[in-house]
Design a protein around this ligand. Structure first.
Ligand code: HEC
Length: 145
């Protein structure tokens, strides 16, 4: 590990200050104070051609929060439950859903999560959380009774 002795550190600092000083002389003969003000202002200013919205970029890159039941349904469950593929009870089909609703919502949650006959576990949505699957079941059931 490299450790700086205070003397070395201060001579380093002095070097930095000196070069800043000569920069000031060469650049515009401004006072040191105004140089500092301008240097720190540059950090917060938006330079042409650069992305000036870092906050927005960070938000966009962050993982999306839990998806709504409607979103999960549309992006996965609908493939079978809209068409009735493989004998899936269709979305909105009250007659097909009523005997299933009678099982109780907890049973439907666990059958959707673990799979049930031709119904694949999690509706094949491997990265879906338990809450997302539950919300998708609620969305499906609430619109089918
Ligand atoms: C590959 C097709 C397919 C996909 C995708 C699918 N399902 Fe199903 N689902 C079925 C079939 C088929 C059944 C009927 C199973 C049976 O009773 O034989 C079923 C039944 C169900 C049931 C009733 C279970 C019961 O106990 O009666 C629920 C609730 C359900 N699905 C929820 C979902 C949800 C939520 C999703 C999406 C996350 C989903 N399904 C995705 C095919 C699918």
């Amino acid at each position: 590990m490299i450790t700086f002795k205070p003397a070395v550190l201060s001579s380093l600092l002095a070097g930095v200050i000196l070069s800043l000083g000569s920069l000031a002389v060469v650049a515009s003969h401004d006072s040191d104070e105004s140089i500092v003000t301008r240097i720190s202002a540059a950090g917060s200013q938006c330079i042409e051609g650069e992305d000036c919205t870092p906050e927005v970029a960070v938000v966009a890159a962050a993982p999306a929060g839990p998806r709504s039941g409607e979103d999960v349904y549309a992006s996965g469950c609908a493939a079978c439950h809209d068409s009735g593929a493989a004998g899936a009870p269709k979305f909105g089909d009250v007659a097909a859903w009523s005997p299933r609703v009678d099982k109780g919502i907890e049973k439907l949650f666990s059958n959707a999560w673990y799979g049930y006959k031709a119904m694949p576990a999690k509706g094949m949505c491997k990265k879906c959380s338990e809450d997302e699957i539950k919300d998708a079941v609620i969305h499906l059931v609430d619109n089918s009774k």
